[in-house]
Design a protein around this ligand. Structure first.
Ligand code: PKZ
Length: 210
């Protein structure tokens, strides 16, 4: 079973928890640990001011890891990152890992922490990383139990700074559907305060549309 076929399996409990079934998981049970280690590395490198000799040592070590993995490069449909729905953040590090707590096909509520990697400045998350998180969560909700759609627009309001290193709550809602158009909203909370909110239009793809 390829990673993409595996991603299509949905747990009876809901679309945010796929049913692994009796199968060897693509990448094995440890794939998520590798991705967590990569997240940690991104945060650590972002925050580090190491001496030059340590920079050279780290560069060599990173190149060694890349060289070991490169022979295992696969086409997109067999790629594991982004397809392992059982893992935090679908097993990718592009967006911060969203951890769903409650969900159905019309709403999801969960937690997220932007690590140091996502720092813009003065303790605030980069203004490009917040829409990335909204697109990830709204996109996944838009497609939950429905035909695949793509983001047509995503409007984001930055209400106050989104702090780095703080656990935040994100609530997202499927508002309505008009033909192929799906309208969704979301808000990101630091305690009782909204730091950013979003409205997105997702358009269901026609057969054969990329
Ligand atoms: C498969 C295995 C996967 C396994 C793993 C699963 C992972 C699952 C988790 C995914 C989580 C990440 C989710 C990320 C989601 C993205 O980020 S997708 C990437 C970013 N988006 C894109 O690249 C989209 C690029 N744009 C397009 O492809 C096309 O413009 C679209 C959006 C498909 C629409 O084009 P179209 O199909 O030709 O539709 P069109 O007839 O023009 O418009 C249809 C309707 O929408 C309206 N509309 C279209 N665009 C707009 C707009 N910008 N503003 C207002 N109205 C608009 C039209 O006016 C029209 O309205 P009506 O006339 O019907 O009232």
């Amino acid at each position: 079973m390829t990673a993409r076929e595996w991603a299509g399996r949905v747990h009876p409990a809901g679309p945010w928890e796929p049913d692994p079934g009796p199968m060897p998981v693509p990448g094995g049970a440890g794939f998520g640990d590798m991705i967590d280690a990569l997240r940690e590395l991104q945060d650590t490198i972002t925050g580090a001011a190491p001496p030059p000799h340590l920079v050279e040592q780290a560069t060599r070590a990173l190149r060694e890891v890349s060289a070991a993995l490169k022979p295992h490069t696969v086409p997109e449909r067999e790629q594991i990152t982004g397809h392992r729905m059982d893992l935090r953040g679908r097993g990718q590090t592009m967006a911060p890992a969203f951890v769903p707590d409650e969900w159905d096909d019309s709403r999801v509520s969960g937690r997220v922490t932007f690590g140091r990697h996502y720092l813009g400045g003065n303790g605030a998350v980069h203004g490009g990383a917040v829409p990335l998180l909204f697109d990830e969560v709204l996109g996944r909700l838009a497609n939950s139990g429905r035909r695949v759609s793509r983001t047509a627009y995503l409007h984001v309001n930055f209400r106050r700074i989104t702090p780095v290193g703080v656990e935040l709550r994100l609530d997202a809602k499927f508002e309505r559907e008009e033909g192929r158009k799906r309208f969704l909203t979301a808000a990101l909370y630091d305690g009782g305060h909204v730091t950013a909110d979003a409205e997105g239009l997702f358009v269901a793809l026609r057969p054969g549309q990329p």
